[in-house]
Design a protein around this ligand. Structure first.
Ligand SMILES: Nc1ncnc2c1ncn2[C@@H]1O[C@H](COP(=O)(O)OP(=O)(O)O)[C@@H](O)[C@H]1O
Ligand SMILES: [Mg+2]
Length: 174
């Protein structure tokens, strides 16, 4: 899991972009509630990187999902996730969805399940843009997706015939 927050903090905020206070997450299961994250605190300032290390199953992904409001149904959270002054845990879904992508995002680790081999790589970018920036026209969406691919050094993304235009041609490096 990697978490990233972009752009500088607003003036007067003291520099914290993300401030997590006593974050708790439970999963509802048939055998009762499973406590997966139990009182996590951290701050992230503009330009800082925070690494989170721990054995498999210790709650790293749950923490990332909890911060972004991407937990499965039945999961419950408690605490505070202040992102540029707003508590993401209590923000309406509609507002949260608009901010995920342009401002804060979660990059999933598993390339084989996160990239759909039946879709061109550019379509993955287009799908994300359509969800997060619904005001963009089809042409703008297409252009932004191609610009992103070009920015990563993929030559002629609009016409690249095979390897680089399919997810299978893109290593994840994870
Ligand atoms: N959807 C879920 N329902 C119930 N328990 C879950 C669910 N997802 C994860 N867990 C449990 O929460 C704990 C933390 O998992 P996870 O956050 O995936 O750990 P990590 O990313 O550090 O490997 C584990 O005990 C895992 O089994
Ligand atoms: Mg994980």
């Amino acid at each position: 899991m990697s978490m990233a927050a972009t752009a500088p903090a607003p003036a007067g905020s003291g520099g914290d972009v993300l401030s997590v206070r006593d974050l708790r997450v439970w999963y509802g299961t048939e055998r009762g509630a499973v406590r997966a994250v139990d009182g996590v605190d951290f701050e992230l300032r503009a330009g800082e990187t925070l690494g989170l290390v721990g054995e498999s199953g210790c709650g790293k992904s749950t923490l990332g999902r909890g911060v972004l409001g991407l937990l499965p149904p039945g999961a419950e959270t408690d605490g505070e996730v202040l992102f540029r002054g707003d508590n993401l845990l209590t923000l309406p879904q509609k507002d949260l969805r608009r901010r995920r992508g342009p401002e804060i995002g979660l990059i999933f680790q598993e390339p084989m399940t996160r990239l759909n081999p039946l879709m061109r790589i550019s379509q993955h970018f287009e799908e994300t843009l359509r969800v997060h920036e619904p005001e963009l026209s089809d042409a703008e969406v297409r252009q932004r997706a191609l610009d992103a691919l070009r920015g990563m050094g993929i030559p002629r993304p609009a016409t690249a015939p095979t390897r680089t235009s399919s997810p299978a041609g893109c290593g994840s490096g994870s």
